[in-house]
Design a protein. Structure first.
Length: 106
């Protein structure tokens, strides 16, 4: 994310992606650290296809990044947005237009 103020459209895209409860829970899990699709699906008690669909929405919104590890895809919060408040108990997603504070879900 650049130092320039994000546009309303960019901010709306991020908020829309976070506006679904399952995606918000995925973000909460990823704030605690990177995870595979299968680990997220298991933690959320959903099918892998469901977790994968929601991860794709978050990916296309720019909120998460994916890295291949062999045959696995490992997702993490886009580090451009993640701010640590000096505490492992609270993290902030800073979009430049607004901030979302989250307690990580290990």
């Amino acid at each position: 994310m650049s130092e320039a103020q994000p546009t309303s459209a960019e901010c709306a895209t991020w908020m829309k992606a976070l506006g679904e409860p399952l995606r918000l829970e995925i973000v909460r899990l990823l704030v605690a650290g990177p995870r595979t699709v299968s680990a997220l699906a298991e933690a959320l008690d959903v099918e892998m296809t469901t977790a994968s669909h929601h991860l794709q929405v978050l990916f296309h919104a720019g909120l998460v990044k994916v890295q291949k590890d062999g045959r696995f895809s490992v997702y993490q919060i886009n580090p451009e947005f993640l701010r640590n408040n000096g505490s492992a108990k609270l993290a902030t997603l800073d979009f430049g237009c607004c901030q979302v504070q989250m307690k990580p879900n290990p």
